[in-house]
Design a protein around this ligand. Structure first.
Ligand code: SF4
Length: 167
């Protein structure tokens, strides 16, 4: 029987939640025996085309390209789980939501007219249906394993609703 296909996607983020996956080491090897890690650019440039049984999404939506890409990720994903505060709440980059983003780009870039960005940084759930939000900054490794295991095998993750980090 074919293994469930797992994909990991990055949007605007610091990569810390993806590093939590890589940091699983032994558990990751065990996981690789039960699921096919089909798309995870942080770990390997070798990719397998979708559709995917489970997509983990790190990061927030901050550019017009992001806004289009997340629709494509959703179309390819049977289940979609957000990982970390950037994806679940917009992240630190959502501070721009309370200021004029044009002033920021003018202050930072020599050619701000080359920068294509949205006025806001928004959570993934503002754009597509999300099957589960895993909160944390970064996410807790044990909770991440529980979510991947539960979602790929069709059960509800056993994570307390008010829990952010399990340790
Ligand atoms: Fe980095 Fe925190 Fe965002 Fe995860 S939630 S990508 S650790 S800033």
């Amino acid at each position: 029987m074919a293994k469930p296909k797992l994909a990991v996607w990055k949007f605007a983020s610091c990569d810390g939640c993806q590093l939590s996956i890589l940091d699983l080491e032994d558990e990751l090897l065990a996981l690789a025996e039960t699921v096919e890690i089909a798309y995870f650019l942080e770990a390997s440039s070798k990719t397998v085309a979708g559709p995917y049984d489970l997509s983990l999404v790190e990061g927030s939506i901050t550019t017009p390209h992001d806004a289009e890409r997340i629709q494509d990720v959703r179309r390819q994903s049977h289940k979609l789980v957000t990982i970390g505060a950037c994806a679940t709440a917009g992240g630190i980059q959502a501070l721009r939501n309370f200021a004029d983003v044009k002033e920021f780009t003018k202050a930072v870039y020599a050619r701000p007219d080359y920068i294509k960005t949205l006025e806001t940084s928004t959570p993934i759930e503002d754009h597509v249906t999300v099957d589960f939000n895993l909160r944390g900054c970064p996410v807790d490794k044990k909770q991440l394993l529980e979510v991947v295991s539960a979602m790929t095998f069709g059960r509800k993750p056993m994570i307390a609703a008010d829990s952010v980090c399990g340790e």
